[in-house]
Write a protein that binds this ligand. Structure first.
Ligand code: FAD
Length: 336
């Protein structure tokens, strides 16, 4: 299931709860807001829902989400979207939340990168590590979206292609493993001979048909409209290998930026938003959940983010309607 971007640029929006960040915590918060009968919108700077999971490890098997002995990242995000879908959240994707202010009646106004003002009774910030931006492959910039990509949202887009993956971390190795059976060829290029990726994944790739070049860099990318070949420069003997490539995936990591949130007047310590047990930030009607929060004993896991999202939304709901209970009752009571 996909989240589709809802309102066009500049359109004002008025909701009960605005969720900033469509990672797992934000998507679960969207479900919970809908479950409580609240009108909800979710905004994310990335063009795809799923936060770190979709961007960095959609094919990875996650083993520690309660109730799922094993769930692929992509499937978890699909299920979260499906769970929220009955409540019809408005998804504002590819749009960054940039300013936060309060109206005299207490409602919160978020200004976005698309010149939109979203007015909300309350805001739940589930911004994870902030807006994350892929580290660019310097030599390939001209070919972005013309063969060069930073994410693999859809494995099948690389089927039958000669794929060159650049990087030595988990994402690079995950994608090598998953693309090997469907690509014409997969070559992994890494600038060092040590990898940040999990040892088991490295061993698996080494035992596969994936070709590996270490102590090597991409020194040139060529093509006519679309990438056709790359030069791999070997640092030790200063030779060049030219490879056919219709797909180059740069998995060079990300820079994360809390960016605009730093100017919202909420307490941030060491790049995390300080919350109390209600998941309230220091700004009225502004809550937070997921990786972005901090408090004594905080653990940054998807499972923890789910719990915090429910706490944040339920407390926000009680703030919006003083007659509402914080505990909404069990979902099982709503069945049929
Ligand atoms: C390689 C890897 C493997 C992992 N494996 C596991 C695992 O096995 N189990 C586990 O529990 N956890 C794992 N994690 C951690 C897990 O992914 C995070 O805990 C989880 O994604 C946090 O979810 P979140 O919703 O809080 O934030 P995120 O997933 O970081 O999502 C936050 C979203 O907010 C958006 N955003 C930020 N600022 C703004 C803004 N101003 N405007 C609009 N949008 C904004 C970002 O674009 C992003 O999409 C792993 C992480 C990595 C990198």
């Amino acid at each position: 299931m996909n989240a589709s971007s809802e309102a066009s640029t500049g359109t004002e929006l008025d909701v009960d709860i605005l969720i900033i960040g469509a990672g797992p915590a934000g998507l679960y918060a969207a479900y919970y807001a809908g479950f409580r009968g609240l009108r909800v919108a979710v905004i994310d700077a990335l063009s795809e829902a799923g936060g770190q999971v979709s961007a960095m490890y959609p094919e990875k098997a996650i083993l520690d989400v309660a109730g799922f002995p094993l769930v692929r990242g992509r499937d978890l995000i699909g299920a979260l979207l499906e769970q929220a879908a009955p409540y019809d959240p408005a998804y504002l994707l590819g749009e960054q939340a940039q300013t936060l202010s309060h109206r005299v009646d207490g409602r919160v106004v978020i200004g976005t990168s698309k010149d939109r003002n979203v007015t909300a009774g309350a805001v739940v910030i589930t911004g994870g590590i902030g807006t994350f931006i892929p580290r660019p492959l310097a030599r390939g910039l001209d070919f972005l979206d013309r063969g060069l990509s930073y994410f693999v949202p859809d494995l099948s887009a690389h089927a039958g292609k000669d794929v060159v993956i650049v990087g030595g971390g988990d994402s690079a190795f995950d994608w090598a493993v998953h693309l090997e059976p469907i690509a014409a060829s997969v070559t992994l290029v890494h600038r060092r001979d040590k990898f940040r990726a999990h040892g088991a994944m490295v061993t698996r790739v080494q035992g596969s048909s994936v070709r590996m070049f270490v102590n090597a860099d991409i020194s040139a990318v060529r093509g006519n409209g679309w990438i056709a070949e790359v030069d791999v420069a070997h640092k030790l003997d200063e030779t060049i290998t030219t490879l056919p490539a219709q797909s180059v995936i740069a998995a060079l990591g990300f820079t994360a930026d809390l960016g605009p949130m730093m100017r919202w007047g909420i307490q941030i310590d060491a790049r995390h938003i300080v919350v109390n047990t209600r998941m309230e930030t220091t700004a009225p009607r502004v809550y937070a959940a997921g990786d972005i929060t901090d408090y004594p004993g905080k653990v940054r896991l998807i499972a923890v983010g789910f719990g915090e999202a429910a706490t944040a939304v339920n407390n926000a709901a009680a703030t919006l309607d003083p007659d509402a209970e914080i505990f909404p009752g069990h979902s099982t009571e709503q069945e049929g």
